[in-house]
Design a binder for this molecule. Structure first.
Ligand code: CA
Ligand code: CA
Ligand code: CA
Ligand code: CA
Length: 381
């Protein structure tokens, strides 16, 4: 089907199935996350053809090291196409970003020992019609360490940068993109604002900030700031981190918090997804007012609580929606759903919620692959 590497996926899946499956209360079978991810991994979806709508991407990792893209055709995602056949091999960590600022997203992989590699989104003009794909991977930086990375445009120049988040006791460093490489990493904050950490411009000043979610339900924001003096020159840093919201402690083992602009006002918000034992999920949106977050009721209940959740602009440019990958943790399902963000007005409860999930692909991001955007956290499958 569609040229997918089904044979190897199936054999790998069968081998791993017995070891990975566990049963949580309520009887829903849950499986482990993909092999050897960092403690957490979170990234946005990518727009690979530059039309303003986010597309699907998944990294097989492992020996195949393939990268598959399904372009967003508006009403659904098109067929999966292989955009790279040697990227993020083994247990490398892949993410997505526009590292050269041309308006089309590229891919990055963190090898943990042999550098940070980027494959730019390129056009093959000699082919008619022109083909868009990822080019050869190039080494953009030495490895900064084997811990967690976040992609975002932290200085607001239109090119995505890399934040490296140290483990316990470490700080947060940034390596800015030059458009052809990542510069030397500089420490931007002596602290780490929880885990997972996601990038988003919550105050709407054009520079991505860090948003961290800790196990106690605290939501921390470390806004990107800069100052200039004749003595120091230009200095960039993450301020805080400031406590910007307190969530109730999670009542289930599975909770995913996702940063995105769900009301389309230019400031990133977050969605708190509580994945319940009965297989559903309650989703609440907290809207950024520039200085903090306010609840954007009502609660939306989605029927796909055991899926892997992510964020992307799937329906309209400039406004984030949810994506749910059912296959990443399951050998029995291969579908992808999206849930459109909507603003409700009287007579409904006012606020931002989501329409019921729509199936947009019947085969993408299958067992143990790593799709983006998505938030894997803290060993939860
Ligand atoms: Ca690009
Ligand atoms: Ca930048
Ligand atoms: Ca900002
Ligand atoms: Ca917003």
């Amino acid at each position: 089907m569609r040229g997918w590497p089904r044979r190897s996926l199936i054999s790998r899946g069968v081998l791993l199935l017995a070891a990975a499956m566990a049963v949580i209360p309520g009887g829903a079978a849950k499986a482990a996350p993909p092999d050897n991810l960092p403690q957490w991994l979170s990234g946005r979806s990518g727009d690979f053809n530059g039309d303003g709508l986010d597309d699907l991407i998944t990294f097989t990792r492992g020996p195949e090291a393939d990268v598959w893209v399904a372009l967003n055709g508006g009403g659904g995602f098109g067929p999966a196409e292989k955009w790279h056949d040697n990227f993020a091999a083994g247990t490398e960590t892949p993410l997505v970003g526009d590292f050269n600022g041309d308006g089309r997203d590229d891919i990055v992989t963190f090898t943990c020992g042999s550098g940070i590699w980027v494959a730019l989104n390129i056009r093959l003009p000699r082919l008619q019609p022109a083909v868009r794909t990822f080019g050869v991977a190039e080494r953009w930086s030495d490895s900064l360490g084997c811990s967690n990375y976040v992609v975002g445009d932290f200085n607001g120049d239109g090119r995505d940068d890399i934040a490296y988040v140290g483990s316990f006791g470490g700080g947060t460093s940034v390596a800015l993109s030059t458009g052809a490489g990542f510069g030397a990493a500089a420490e931007w904050n002596a602290y780490v604002p929880g885990a997972p950490i996601e990038a988003g411009d919550v105050d709407g000043d054009g520079m991505d900030d860090l948003v961290g979610f800790d196990v106690a339900g605290n939501v921390w924001v470390a806004p990107s700031r800069w100052y200039w003096t004749s003595r120091t020159g230009l200095v960039r840093y993450f301020d805080g981190p400031f406590l910007r919201y307190r969530l109730e402690p999670a009542t289930s083992d599975h909770r995913t918090d996702l940063v995105g602009d769900f009301d389309g006002d230019g400031r990133d918000d977050f969605a708190d997804v509580r994945q319940l034992p009965d297989g559903s999920a309650d989703v609440a949106v907290m809207l950024s007012d520039g200085t903090g977050f306010v609840p954007g009721a009502p609660l939306t209940t989605l029927a796909l609580g055991s899926a892997l959740f992510g964020v992307g602009k799937f329906y309209a440019p400039g406004r984030d929606d949810l994506v749910m990958y059912t296959g990443v943790y399951s050998t029995a399902d291969t579908r992808v759903f999206t849930a459109r963000s909507v603003t409700l007005a009287p007579p409904f409860p006012t606020g931002v919620g989501f329409l019921p999930p729509e199936q947009r692909s019947d085969y993408f991001a299958v067992y143990h692959q790593v799709p983006m955007g998505a938030t894997f956290c803290c060993g939860h499958g």
